[in-house]
Design a protein around this ligand. Structure first.
Ligand SMILES: [Zn+2]
Length: 290
């Protein structure tokens, strides 16, 4: 059932071990995503210094930095000063593991006919993409900011990665095929449609609805997933927004107007929904990845 070129890699990539490794990979990177969300929003280095307890400043030992488990074992408190540690850290780690399992389920599991190297490439690229979006959503949630420091380098990296995966169609121009054509259209459309929305809301509402950070985020989505992904993300995000905001506002009895809500997390939600379920959409919007 395996492809002839499958080497030892196949054992690690294919089920059942692939599932476990995917979850582990996701949880470990989740730890790093926490650091990125916390520090990049504050313009700090994500490499140095090593993580410390925000209350007592004690560096966190390796054995207290095991994703999810350490938080549970320590009862959500610092080992030294017993100050509470936010539930958000294990939640992001669990979410990241969930994103990895989702990518595995969508692009790797149940595809014995596809070469293990191809499956592994799909896993690494799409998990890296999902993780990048998770970090952007976290920073936007905290600071109402989508840093160029992430979106600008991520755009060319994921564009090239998408070219190599070849999941998004080329575009025929003058009888020849332009490789990555739909991705290029995605970048232009993603940036353009948000930039247009920003300028129009200045004219009509007298204030920003979205910002240019959102434009770069949607360009990034288009750069990997193509223009179809941009269309679904742009029109899907407000629905996710309503789905989340209306119950939250009803619970808090606050009015929608005058409340400043970052839009990035909703764009991220819609883009991830397209990544995981885009193959179920009807023809012009289908995400054709295997
Ligand atoms: Zn402490």
């Amino acid at each position: 059932m395996t492809s002839p070129s499958d080497g030892p890699l196949a054992l690690l990539v294919r089920p059942p071990w692939g599932w476990a490794l995917a979850a582990l990979w996701g949880a470990l990177w989740g730890s790093f995503f926490n650091v990125c969300i916390y520090r990049i929003g504050l313009y700090e280095s994500v490499v140095r210094p090593r993580s410390r307890c925000p209350s007592c400043g004690t560096p966190i030992a390796g054995f207290d930095n095991v994703p999810i488990l350490s938080w549970l074992v320590l009862g959500g408190r610092c080992r030294h000063c017993r100050a509470p540690i936010s539930l958000r850290y294990p939640l992001i780690e669990a979410l990241s593991a969930g994103l990895a399992l989702g990518v595995y389920a969508r692009f790797v599991a149940g595809r014995p006919e596809i070469d293990a190297v191809v499956l592994a490439s799909h896993f690494f690229v799409y998990f890296a993409f999902a993780g990048t979006l998770l970090v952007l959503a976290g920073i936007d949630f905290d600071h109402k900011l989508l840093p160029d420091r992430i979106t600008m380098p991520a755009l060319p990296i994921f564009f090239v990665a998408g070219l190599l995966l070849r999941d998004v169609p080329d575009v025929a121009v003058l009888g020849g095929l332009v490789p990555g054509g739909e991705q290029l259209l995605g970048i232009v459309l993603g940036y353009g449609v948000v930039a247009l929305t920003v300028e129009l809301s200045y004219v009509i509402l007298g204030r920003e609805g979205m910002g240019y950070g959102d434009a770069k985020l949607l360009a990034l989505v288009g750069g990997l997933l193509g223009w179809r992904g941009v269309v679904v993300t742009f029109f899907g995000a407000p629905f996710i927004g309503l789905f989340v905001l209306v119950p939250a506002l009803a619970a808090r009895r606050r009015r929608l107007f005058g409340l400043e809500v970052p839009f990035g997390p909703f764009l991220v939600g819609a883009a991830l929904a397209y990544l995981y379920f885009g193959h179920l959409l009807p023809a012009p919007l289908t995400f054709l990845a295997p």
